[in-house]
Design a protein around this ligand. Structure first.
Ligand SMILES: Cc1cc2nc3c(=O)[nH]c(=O)nc-3n(C[C@H](O)[C@H](O)[C@H](O)COP(=O)(O)OP(=O)(O)OC[C@H]3O[C@@H](n4cnc5c(N)ncnc54)[C@H](O)[C@@H]3O)c2cc1C
Length: 385
C-alpha cells in the first residue's frame, strides 16, 4: 500500500489550507447566523477548482484520485462543515454517477460545466417512505415515446436550492422491486420540476437541504444514467464511493477539535495550573489522538483500495461508521475539555458538536452501515464454507 501524496496534491493541500484561513474561516459567524454561504465565497472556491476535484481532466476537472481527494477533504474538514458539505455533495454523490456511469455524450454535456462549478450537482434518492429502505421508492418514470414522464417527490436533498443537475432515482417497473429502479439525469429547468423551501436544521448551516417535486417532468430517454433497471445498484455504488470523502471530512474536523482542545488545555488554568496537567484531560486528549490516527489509517487505506479498483463495500461501510462515530465522540470530548466555552456559540466548538451529528445519519445511518458490514461478513463466510 502506498498512500504517498503527489507533489501536486501536497501543493494543492497547502493552497486549500491558506484559502480556508484567509477566505473561509473569517466568514464562520456570518455563515452560521445567516445560514447561507456568500456567493462570493462559492465563486472563489470555483476559481480554485474545488468543484472539479472528481471530474477527469479531459472534461475540465482536476482528475484527483481518491487518495488525493481525501487529503484535500481532510484539509477542508477543518473548517465550516456547512460550506464543505456543498463541495462534498457536489464532488461526491452529486457528480460521481455522471463520472462513473454516464456515456460519452452525457459526459460532454454535463461534466465541463460541473467541473468549473457553473452547474452544481445533487443526488436525489430519499423519499418520505423511503429512507433507510431506499428501494421503497414511489417516484415513477413512465416511458412515453422517446421520453420518460416523472411524477413524485424527494426529501432532504442537499444542494437542491443551488443545483442544476440532479441524479434522480425513480421506479420504471414497480413489479421488479429494486430491479425496477432507474437513474435519470434531471436538469433544474425541465418543466414540471420544482424545488421546495429550505429545511431548518440543527447544524450544517450554510448547506441547504430541500424537497423536490416532479409533476409530469419530461426527461429525454438519453438522460437515463447507466442502464434501465440499474438505478438501485447505481445508488449504492454512488453512496459507497462517497464514503471515503465523507470520512476524510470527519477526520479533518476531528483534527481541528484535537488541536483546539490541546491549545485550550495548555492555556486554561484552574487550581493554579493548566488543566492539561490533570491526568484525566491528558487521557481525553490521548484517546482523541488514538482514534484520529486509526481513522486516518482507515481513510487512506480505503481510498487507496478504491484507486486500485478493489471492492470496498465492507471497508467503506466500516469507514463511514467509524468516521462518523469518532467525530461525534471527539466533538463531545472537545466540548467537555472546553467547559462552558465549549457550549457558547461565540466559539466554534459547539458548532462542530452540532455539525457532527448529521454524519451518523446521512449517506446511510450507522445502523445501516452495520447491516452492510454484517451482510458482507455472511457472504465471506458462505464463500469460505
Ligand atoms: C441534512 C440532510 C441531508 C441529506 N441529504 C440527502 C441527499 O442529498 N440525498 C438523498 O437522497 N438523501 C439525503 N438525506 C437523507 C438521508 O440519507 C436519510 O435521512 C437517511 O438515509 C435516513 O433515512 P430516514 O431519515 O428516513 O430514517 P429512517 O430510515 O426512518 O431511520 C430511522 C431510524 O431507524 C433505523 N433503521 C431503519 N431501518 C433499519 C434497519 N433495517 N436496521 C436497523 N436500523 C434501522 C435508522 O438507522 C434510524 O436510526 C439527507 C438527510 C439529511 C437530514
Amino acid at each position: 500500500m502506498d498512500f504517498a501524496l503527489s507533489q501536486d496534491i501536497v501543493r494543492m493541500k497547502e493552497t486549500v489550507r491558506q484559502f480556508v484561513a484567509s477566505e473561509v474561516e473569517p466568514l464562520a459567524m456570518k455563515i452560521e447566523e445567516e445560514d447561507g454561504v456568500p456567493q462570493a465565497l462559492l465563486d472563489k472556491s470555483k476559481a480554485l477548482g474545488l468543484f472539479g476535484l472528481s471530474i477527469p481532466e479531459e472534461y475540465g476537472g482536476m482528475g484527483v484520485n481518491m487518495v488525493g481527494k481525501c487529503a484535500l477533504y481532510e484539509e477542508l474538514g477543518k473548517t465550516i462543515n456547512g460550506y464543505t458539505t456543498i463541495l462534498g455533495a457536489h464532488s461526491g454523490i452529486g457528480s460521481v454517477g455522471l463520472v462513473e456511469l454516464s456515456n460519452e455524450e452525457q459526459k460532454m454535456r454535463y461534466l465541463p460545466k460541473m467541473a468549473n462549478g457553473e452547474w452544481i450537482g445533487a443526488f436525489a434518492l430519499t423519499e418520505p417512505q423511503a429512507g433507510s429502505n431506499a428501494a421503497n421508492l414511489r417516484t415513477t418514470a413512465v416511458k412515453k415515446g422517446d421520453r420518460y414522464i416523472l411524477n413524485g417527490q424527494k426529501i432532504y436533498i442537499t444542494n437542491a436550492p443551488i443545483a442544476h443537475v440532479f441524479t434522480v432515482m425513480a421506479v420504471t417497473d414497480a413489479a421488479l422491486g429494486a430491479k425496477g429502479i432507474t437513474s435519470f439525469i434531471v436538469e433544474r429547468d425541465f418543466p414540471g420540476f420544482q424545488v421546495g423551501s429550505v429545511e431548518k436544521k440543527m447544524g450544517l448551516h450554510g448547506s441547504h437541504t430541500a424537497q423536490l417535486y416532479f409533476e409530469d417532468v419530461e426527461v429525454p430517454e438519453e438522460n437515463v444514467l447507466g442502464t434501465v433497471g440499474a438505478g438501485y445498484v447505481n445508488a449504492l455504488k454512488i453512496l459507497a464511493n462517497g464514503r471515503a470523502g465523507l470520512a476524510a471530512r470527519c477526520l479533518g474536523s476531528c483534527q481541528y477539535l484535537l488541536d483546539k482542545s490541546i491549545a485550550y488545555a495548555m492555556e486554561r488554568e484552574q487550581f493554579g495550573k493548566a488543566i492539561f496537567e490533570q491526568q484525566i484531560i491528558q487521557h481525553y486528549l490521548a484517546e482523541m489522538a488514538l482514534e484520529i490516527e486509526t481513522l486516518r489509517s482507515m481513510t487512506y487505506r480505503v481510498a487507496w483500495m478504491s484507486d486500485e479498483g478493489h471492492s470496498v463495500i465492507k471497508e467503506a461501510a466500516m469507514l463511514k461508521l467509524y468516521g462518523s462515530e469518532v467525530y461525534n465522540r471527539i466533538a463531545d470530548k472537545a466540548v467537555q475539555i472546553h467547559g462552558g466555552v465549549g457550549y457558547i456559540a461565540d466559539y466554534p466548538i459547539e458548532r462542530f458538536y452540532r455539525d457532527a451529528r448529521i454524519t451518523r445519519i446521512y449517506e446511510g445511518t450507522s445502523e445501516i452501515q452495520k447491516n452492510i458490514i454484517a451482510a458482507q461478513l455472511k457472504k465471506e463466510y458462505a464463500a469460505r464454507a
